[in-house]
Design a protein around this ligand. Structure first.
Ligand SMILES: CC(=O)SCCNC(=O)CCNC(=O)[C@H](O)C(C)(C)COP(=O)(O)OP(=O)(O)OC[C@H]1O[C@@H](n2cnc3c(N)ncnc32)[C@H](O)[C@@H]1OP(=O)(O)O
Length: 205
């Protein structure tokens, strides 16, 4: 019996839960600091907060963080790793992931995503529905590649940056840490840390 705990009873958490079910996890339970006021997340129960999860870690064969905010997701992930949680990588069966890609603990790769050869993903990364990460990309801890976004070959996205839905990034471009790339943007040049970029071609906002 494989029981997965997900910290963060969010919409993102629901996608993690369903992905876990199709990956063969028998049961999924949520933990969220809004518990006990929040007792359910869609089709899955919420059975405690962070404190309760850490007390009950031994009951779960895996623990993931279902929080979209990159900074909070990484903080919670580190807390769970420090407490000795077993943090898996979740890969939807329809995702096409190179055998030569490396993916850090707590990362989730959703339906229809593609990750090509020699890409390296850090911990707590989200490659969302239908996103593509081409060959030789490097994604730092806590990066989120939103649905339908496309990274060309050799792109670097540093820690905690968020590439918005449907955005595109030209090959070999380096995006710094804590950057937000807006929905539909086309990033064609390197971007410094902390910028918000929008448009085609993408410019700081
Ligand atoms: C499964 C999931 O749901 S995963 C989540 C996927 N979601 C995303 O990818 C969202 C990415 N976020 C965005 O694109 C956001 O709009 C941001 C971060 C770029 C900007 O957000 P905010 O700071 O809240 O901007 P706000 O909505 O107030 O708009 C400010 C201005 O920027 C413009 N703007 C906002 N987003 C964009 C964009 N993606 N491209 C071009 N212009 C934009 C607005 O039109 C507005 O222009 P105006 O001042 O001329 O009226």
């Amino acid at each position: 019996m494989k029981h997965l705990a997900v910290l963060g009873a969010s919409g993102h958490g629901k996608v993690i839960a369903e992905c876990a079910e199709v990956c063969g996890w028998d049961q999924v339970s949520f933990f969220d600091d809004r518990w006990p006021a929040l007792a359910v997340n869609g089709h899955w129960p919420v059975i405690g907060g962070t404190k309760e999860l850490i007390e009950r870690l031994a009951e779960f064969q895996g623990v993931l963080v279902g929080i979209g905010n990159n900074v909070i997701r990484l903080t919670k992930l580190q807390q769970l790793l420090n407490a000795g949680a077993h943090v898996p990588v979740l890969q939807h069966p329809s995702a096409n992931i190179s055998r030569y890609a490396r993916i850090g603990a707590g990362s989730v790769i959703f339906a229809g995503a593609v990750i090509n050869a020699d890409s390296e993903l850090g911990q707590g990364v989200i490659v969302n529905t239908g996103a593509t990460v081409d060959h030789d990309c490097v994604l730092g801890d806590g990066v989120h590649i939103s649905p339908g976004a496309n990274l060309a070959g050799g792109v670097v996205v540093a820690a905690r940056s968020w590439v918005g839905i449907g955005a595109s990034v030209r090959q070999l471009v380096r995006i710094g840490s804590d950057v937000v790339v807006g929905a539909g943007a086309a990033v064609v040049a390197d971007a410094a840390d902390g910028l918000i970029l929008v448009g085609v071609p993408a410019r700081p906002r």
